[in-house]
Design a protein around this ligand. Structure first.
Ligand code: NDP
Length: 480
């Protein structure tokens, strides 16, 4: 069986323990490869390599760094089909989505930050002819980048690209549930001529390999994307060590539908924002709030189209929802459907595990699910489910819609549907979320600040924010 190895000091190497974990294909429910079960010894080795590589990588002419990172992007483009297939097999997502979104975006991340490094400039401030201040931004050193399983290569590259572009050397850890594309990526880095030790990829469990990264005294900054509970644990370890922290955490995002919306566009996009990637996107709008005068029409059309969605073999090009990432996650999501029923919710569509014939008979599939009849305070509407499950609730006034939207501890993203431009801006202004979409969803511009408020995170990624995060600012004041 294929072994997924660590990438340390420019080489693919076995974990020091010699141990491996099973890696599942979630659409077939069976083990198809083995992933390195790394520990602190592997992390120590990776940090040694990264420290050794830092002086030459951080001082390399920016154009050279840019060229190497662009070569990696070109190789991702060359291997688009292969990487998309690997992502689909590893995660359960449809190969169509992996190709159009995940792998396309992994390449875009590399290109965006490779070229951004060429335009990064320091600030200068002239003080009334009395003095000049200039601020230098130096790469911070060896950094840790930890990413989740839902958009594996997409989110992995979203972190490492700005770190490498800024001149840092990196210890990366993908989720042990979806390690395959990061492994293939390490081979592409070798082929592209990325100098040894600049990027090191450690595979294994969060609580062991991940924790060793967080605890390592010579890793100076941590960029983490994952659940809020894990984020808290990471902060508890890293904050007293005065490490720089960027935390992109969970969401429970509102999708607010006013009666004057463009109905067809709203329904079409709301289906996507509810169920794309089996609802396993932190930006999915899992709480749909509909103005009461439109409620019946919205619910009946949304439920009808939800029932028409095709769940099935992720490798079939007509499939719209693939498998959930793991058996444990499927059980967790189904557990929330049971909870919703206990809390008085009515299931209008889905709610069940789905058995698919043939190759995928043992896969972790589930029907897309629509629930009504719950209030905003119940656990179903407060906790992140991270699966193909949405609730629909009515509202009567703009104020009520806002109160409902802001009624959780999360504040990642929100979507607003209305043709009234003034109202759209007014509501956007008052929602406590870091990312707002008006009459669209997941429409991304990589230059914009990305991240959440409240328990959805600390700090922002995207654009200059990420490059700045991986640098240390120093101000020099010159008296004239
Ligand atoms: P987890 O928090 O379980 O894991 C995220 C990563 O952290 C994994 O690589 C995991 O490893 C690792 N990890 C776990 N424990 C530790 C630890 N103690 N120290 C260091 N690393 C650790 O999240 P999931 O993988 O389940 O991802 C889903 C979550 O991610 C959802 O809550 C979702 O909202 C959030 N997310 C947020 C996004 C955002 O931009 N705000 C974007 C995408 C997802 P392992 O898997 O091996 O245990």
């Amino acid at each position: 069986m294929e072994k997924i190895l660590n990438y340390i000091g420019g080489k693919l190497v076995e974990p020091s323990s010699g141990k491996y974990l099973d890696n599942f294909n979630p659409s077939e429910g069976k083990v198809y490869s083995l992933v390195a079960d790394s520990d602190e010894n592997d992390v120590n080795e990776a940090v040694r390599a990264a420290k050794q590589a830092f002086p030459s990588w951080s001082t390399m002419p920016t154009e050279e760094r840019c060229k190497i990172l662009l070569r990696v992007a070109d190789l991702i483009d060359r291997d688009l089909e292969k990487l998309a297939l690997a992502e689909s097999i590893d995660n359960g997502k449809t190969v169509k989505l992996a190709k159009a979104v995940d792998i396309y975006r992994a390449s875009a991340n590399m290109k965006f930050y490779a070229t951004a490094a060429m335009h990064f400039a320091s600030e200068a401030h002239v003080n009334d002819g009395d003095s000049i201040n200039y601020t230098t931004r130096m790469p911070i050193g060896v950094v840790g980048c930890i990413s989740p399983w839902n958009l594996p290569l997409y989110l992995f590259t979203w972190k490492i690209a700005p770190a490498l572009a800024a001149g840092c050397t990196v210890i990366g850890k993908p989720s042990e549930l979806t390690p395959m594309t990061a492994f293939l990526f390490s081979k592409l880095c070798i082929e592209a001529g990325l100098p040894a030790g600049v990027l090191n990829i450690i595979h294994g469990l969060g609580g062991k390999a991940g924790q060793a990264i967080i605890e390592h005294t010579e890793i100076t900054a941590i960029s983490f994307t994952g659940g809020t509970v894990t984020g808290k644990k990471i902060a508890a370890t890293a904050a007293p060590m005065f490490k720089k922290l960027s935390l992109e955490l969970g969401g429970k995002n509102p999708n607010i539908v006013f009666a004057d919306c463009d109905f067809e566009q709203t329904i079409k996009t709301s289906l996507l924002s509810s169920f794309t990637n089996q609802g396993e996107i932190c930006l999915c709008g899992s709480r749909i709030f509909v103005e009461r005068s439109l409620l019946d029409r919205f619910v009946s059309e949304f439920v009808k189209r939800t029932k028409e969605l095709k769940v099935g073999d992720p490798l079939d090009s007509s499939t719209q929802l693939g498998a959930l990432v793991s058996e444990a996650h499927l059980k967790k999501v189904l557990g929330y459907v049971s909870l919703a029923k206990e809390e008085g919710g009515k299931i209008l569509a889905g709610g069940n595990q789905l058995k698919i014939d043939g190759r995928c008979a043992n896969g972790y599939f589930m029907e897309p699910t629509v629930i009504v009849g719950l209030d905003e305070k119940c656990r179903t509407n407060q906790e992140e489910i991270f699966g193909p499950v949405v609730t629909i609730m009515p509202f009567d006034t703009e104020e009520e819609a806002l109160a409902l939207a802001n009624s959780t501890l999360y504040g990642l993203s929100a979507t607003i549907w209305t043709e009234n431009l003034k109202r759209a801006h007014r509501v956007a202004h008052q929602i406590k979320s870091g990312i707002i979409w008006i009459n669209c969803w997941l429409h991304r511009d990589l230059r914009t600040a990305f991240g959440g408020m409240k328990q959805s995170g600390v700090g922002r990624e995207g654009g200059w924010e990420a490059i700045k995060f991986f640098t240390e600012a120093k101000n020099v004041c010159v008296k004239l």
